[in-house]
Design a protein around this ligand. Sequence first.
Ligand code: GDP
Length: 447
Amino acid sequence: MVLDNLGSSLRGTLDDLRGKSRLSEEDIEDIVKEIQRSLLQADVDVSLVQELSDNIETRALDEEPPAGTTPRDWVLRIVYEELVEMVGESTDLPLEEQTIMLAGLYGSGKTTTAAKMAWWFSTKGLRPAIIQTDTDRPGAYDQSKEMADRAEVDFYGDPDEDDPVTIAREGLEATKDADVRIVDTAGRDGLNQELIDQIERIEQAVNPDRNLLVLDAAMGQSAKSQAADFEASIGIDGVVITKLDGTAKGGGALAAVNETDSTIAFLGSGETVKDIERFEPSGFISRLLGMGDLKQLTERVERAMEETGEEEEDWDPEDMMEGAFTLKDMRKQMQTMNNMGPLDQVMDMIPGLGGGLMDQLPDDAMDVTQERMQDFDVIMDSMTEAEMENPRVVGQSRTERIARGSGKPEERVRELLDQHRQMEQMLKQFQGMGDGDMERMMKQMQQ
Ligand code: GDP
């Protein structure tokens, strides 16, 4: 994830401040240095980093923490607020009938983003359709159609037509029943007159409600000039930053967009249609700082529940933190998490788990690979109700029986029991944090 080490390095520095009733200038300098290092590594513009550190420093020294707030929590709050300020607001995007046109350079991720956005709108109860007008790139039609199928959304394209404007016009006609039309356009290696002319012609035919620019996160801070160029030529209402999973420079791109007149609408972080999230500055930054983002997590859980066909009440992220943790719980979570996406991303969203706590876990604690999960599932079928409720009763002879019954090696059975113990341990640690400063912190954030 983008700016990954900011949360963990900052947490380390902040932890040294635990128990202090006042922060010295040096304490604050240490924190600011840590932030500077992470932001510069993430390719955030130097002057922007300087401005942010000055603000943090001045506020941390001048402002008095409200009663009942520790200096450590107070500094964390200031850092949080300044970072939210740095990335700027999210693009206004009402959930209503609309036409959105995507622009961007070749390879920035437009076609992928069109499908991702369509999928995202479909999860909001709207009926989206993709209109594919890229006639320049061979393969754009097939790729787009295939992704639309995967996202289970309407699609219009015409591989035999080579005028994008005609396709756009016919596409609008053909997708009349859709609520949200996403018009994908061709890209070029650079923003040249030919591309501008083509997009302008499509724009005239389509009359979109919004133009979104798709930018590759690897651009880092040069996202600024690209956003400015597109703004000057066709005008953009928001930006989608893609490939945040594949670069350490994402911080630069995020901050750079805010330096233009534009805002960020979506973030893309993978190649499947579900690897998209709506950009929400406060949730994004709190997750970055390891404070979790329950809203995102809850959305994912809901989505995963819909896919497993279970009732939402069956599993709530907060329930997971309470009471005894049985093998049955573990099985249910494995099934749900399987539908939620990569486990480390999910864990990042749980308050208190995103930061230092994850680092303390053994590397393989979360390494529940697909194959192991399937084995675990089969093994659990060979366990009794009592063993599932209380796996501690499983000793050597029961392990042998379960291994025989499931046809899996004893080693695998022991792995399952270990995995359960580690997850149980992790949840206990989290419960320990529930009453502590993280919770107070979260409350303050929400004020
Ligand atoms: P277009 O030329 O702008 O339409 O770009 P594409 O949508 O074809 O994307 C170019 C490449 O980037 C493809 O291989 C995509 O799978 C990949 N891609 C797009 N978005 C992401 C993302 O968020 N993460 C990763 N890892 N790859 C992406």
